[in-house]
Write a protein that binds this ligand. Structure first.
Ligand code: MN
Length: 497
């Protein structure tokens, strides 16, 4: 169900009329060659569209307003080939509302030492013109990304590609609709938050429904539809009976199939992209949604446990940002559960009661049916697996009362070669940067939640850029984190925000 638009990015080259037609033709030709090469590189996830060279206030304002009005445009990439007096950019920038990338590059990679003359210098002066442009964007306080380097360099293209995914997160954020089934878990603080402010800041629509409304959809699912989906489960996943009666096991699995179909119909009909459940509120459902929620997450829906709509929205957002990545390793809702504090083997066992997304699974995925220690429903079926090893980013969006803060922690998922035969849930085991002790201390000082939105396929830089575009505070916890600096950063941020 993870449908996203065929987004495009516009390439706008800045110049001015002063240099004459011949120079402007060369500028346009260079931009054409660059855009064509960018599109052919295979390194960008979205197409770049070349726009006419911008030389004055009228043409600049027109392009930015057209970009605002074009639903398929997810951002504008600007580059000053020559000098472009930045007062010409003020009104266009003022009216522009989409992500902005300032690509600080130049057509030639190397200075042509043997032939360089003043004509060449006047035509190729990005070092000059891009500073004038950058000054104005900074003066106007507009959030943008600056990428520096030769445009045909794979590393530079990869940075453009990363920004494009951040831009999708910025554009798509205001289309995310979150379905709350019941309220937040009673007495829990960190999953709460200001939903009005969240809509102002992020554009999220966050609506509550009664559990009985959605349970009716589950009860209405036909036996034929359930049987078909159960067949799919049985062909796709390992069936781990562990002593349970095969027919009884299958009946439990079928309950989750009904929940998956019923929930998805409800979400689709009412146009929601993320969902929260609460194990305290299950009237009309035979089991806590486990396998069903895991499958919905795999399809691209956001999820947060115990009514955690902030994390549900973040999971959805990060799934949109990572969509279509070749060899993507996965994105999931996650929860910090248990530590291993043994020296040299430190880490945090990540899981949830049931709901971990199978996109992060390493190897085969199984189904188990076991009792849930909480709640009063029948034993839920769930998908079990361990996660892929590798680096990822764990994010936690918290509401501090006067503002939102996004914590962004680089984490390293370690190979899980030790069996946990009695643990019937999907798990990851990660070590936060810079190490467990400092990482966890920093996380706690910054007020981070126990729930996270986790991805292998995004970087801290991308998430920080997204937060900056939303106008919220971002706190990074990574290899450079020291507690003394972090405490000062939090203190200074409290004034800045
Ligand atoms: Mn939880």
């Amino acid at each position: 169900m993870l449908k996203s638009k065929e987004y495009k990015f516009w390439f706008a080259t800045g110049s001015q009329a002063l240099y004459g037609d011949e120079c402007l033709q060369e500028v346009a030709e260079h931009s054409r060659i660059m855009v064509e090469a960018l599109n052919k590189s295979g390194n960008l996830p979205f197409e770049v569209i070349l726009k006419p060279t911008l030389i004055d206030n009228v043409s600049i304002r027109k392009i930015f307003n057209e970009a605002n009005g074009d639903d398929s445009c997810a951002g504008v990439i600007t580059w000053m080939h020559t000098f472009s007096p930045a007062k010409s950019w003020i009104l266009g920038l003022q009216e522009y509302r989409k992500p902005l990338l300032h690509l600080h590059t130049q057509f030639n990679e190397e200075i042509p030492y043997d032939s360089i003359d003043m004509d060449f210098m006047n035509t190729n002066q990005s070092a000059h013109g891009d500073r004038e442009f950058g000054h104005m964007v900074s003066r106007m306080g507009i959030e943008r990304k600056v990428v520096v380097g030769y445009w045909n360099d794979a590393e530079v293209q990869s940075r453009i590609a990363d920004w494009m995914r951040t831009a999708i997160g910025i554009i798509e954020s205001s289309h995310i609709r979150i379905l709350r089934v019941g309220d937040n878990m009673r007495n829990v603080a960190v999953t709460e938050g200001d939903k009005v402010e969240a809509q102002i800041k992020f554009g999220w629509e966050i609506d509550a429904y009664n559990i009985t409304d959605i349970a009716e959809y589950v009860q209405a699912v036909s036996k034929g539809d359930i049987d078909n989906l159960v067949d799919e489960y049985y062909s796709k996943y390992d069936i781990l009976l562990e002593g349970r009666d095969a027919a009884e096991f299958k009946r439990h699995v079928a309950v989750q199939a009904g929940i998956e179909i019923g929930f998805e119909r409800f979400l689709e009909e009412k146009n929601y992209h993320a969902i929260v459940t609460n194990f305290e509120v299950l009237s009309g459902l035979q089991q806590l949604p486990g396998l069903a929620i895991q499958r919905l997450m795999e399809k691209g829906y956001g999820f947060g446990g115990e009514g955690d709509w902030k994390t549900a929205a973040m999971v959805r957002l990060m799934k949109l940002m990572t969509q279509g990545i070749k060899d993507a390793k996965g994105t999931s809702f996650m929860e910090d559960y248990t530590y291993n504090l043994v020296k040299g083997k430190e880490g945090i066992l990540q899981a949830h009661m049931l709901e971990v997304c199978p996109t992060i699974a390493q190897g085969s995925v199984g189904i188990k049916v076991t009792p849930l220690s909480m709640g009063k429903r029948e034993d839920p079926a769930r998908l079990v697996f361990t996660s892929k090893p590798g680096k990822g980013v764990a994010t936690s969006l918290v509401d501090l009362g006067n503002r939102f803060r996004l914590l962004i922690n680089d984490v390293d998922c370690l190979p899980q070669d030790i069996q946990m035969p009695k643990l019937p849930v999907a798990t990851a085991f990660w070590r936060p940067e810079p190490n467990l002790a400092t990482g966890a201390e920093a996380w706690i000082l910054a007020g981070g939640a126990h729930h996270t939105a986790f991805s292998y396929d995004l970087t801290a830089e991308q998430m920080g850029d997204w937060a900056a575009a939303m106008g919220i505070e971002a706190v990074f916890i990574d290899k450079d984190t020291t507690i003394r600096n972090l405490k000062n950063e939090l203190r200074w941020n409290s004034i800045a925000y």
